[in-house]
Design a protein around this ligand. Structure first.
Ligand code: CU
Length: 204
């Protein structure tokens, strides 16, 4: 019985330390199912925020000491859309409170126009190993603007660090092909994808 209470207390603590997306407004409360990809267990909504055609603001409220964080986009209006547009590459988001991206530019060549529906996905991989997901539904609009600066603030202690690999030690036998020959930049990108790939099946 005591162990059940301890586990329950631990779960409640975890739930309170998830994150929410406050702009564009998230699909809904995902706290019980936030580990489910692609959108924390919450289906697509018709509650769409108008978002500028060349990219806009995103605000979320992280609750973990740090989390590897990504922002992706999927074009379309259904639950089967694919989040294959990378808006923000993986970085280490530190501290908790409110985190604002003033303007996330769209990748060049993304074919959107006024009235195009899309969903924005924020992923946080926390220090405990949980991969957490939230989505917000948008419609591109020529009238939409980025958030005013007083609506886009960062809490004290909130930060962002690049995912940088430290200098690799030189292997003793440097003439042999080794993993150390792998360029650091692709490795850095693969690391995030591998983390999601490894953790996903365990957590869903
Ligand atoms: Cu959490």
């Amino acid at each position: 019985m005591a162990s059940v209470i301890i586990i329950l207390a631990f779960c409640i603590q975890l739930a309170s330390a998830h994150f929410r997306v406050t702009y564009p407004y998230w699909r809904g409360d995902s706290f019980k199912t936030q580990y489910m990809r692609p959108c924390g267990g919450v289906n697509v909504t018709t509650n769409r925020t108008q978002w500028p055609l060349d990219g806009g603001s995103v605000v979320f409220t992280p609750g973990h000491p740090w989390a590897i964080t990504y922002v992706n986009m999927a074009l379309g209006s259904s639950d089967t859309i694919t989040f294959n547009v990378s808006l923000v590459e993986g970085f280490n988001q530190t501290g908790n409170g409110t985190y604002c991206f003033p303007k996330i530019a769209l990748p060049t060549g993304l074919n959107v126009s006024a009235g195009t529906n899309a969903s924005i996905q924020v992923i946080q991989i926390t220090e405990l190993g949980s991969a957490l997901f939230n989505c917000a539904d948008i419609t591109f609009s020529t009238d939409a603007k980025v958030l005013a600066s007083d609506m886009c603030t960062n809490s004290t202690g909130i930060g962002a660090k690049a995912l940088e690999a430290p200098e690799c030690p030189k292997p003793a036998n440097s003439s042999a092909n080794s993993i150390f020959a792998v360029d650091h930049i692709p490795f850095k990108l693969q690391l995030g994808a591998t983390l999601v790939g490894l953790l996903g099946p365990w957590l869903v």
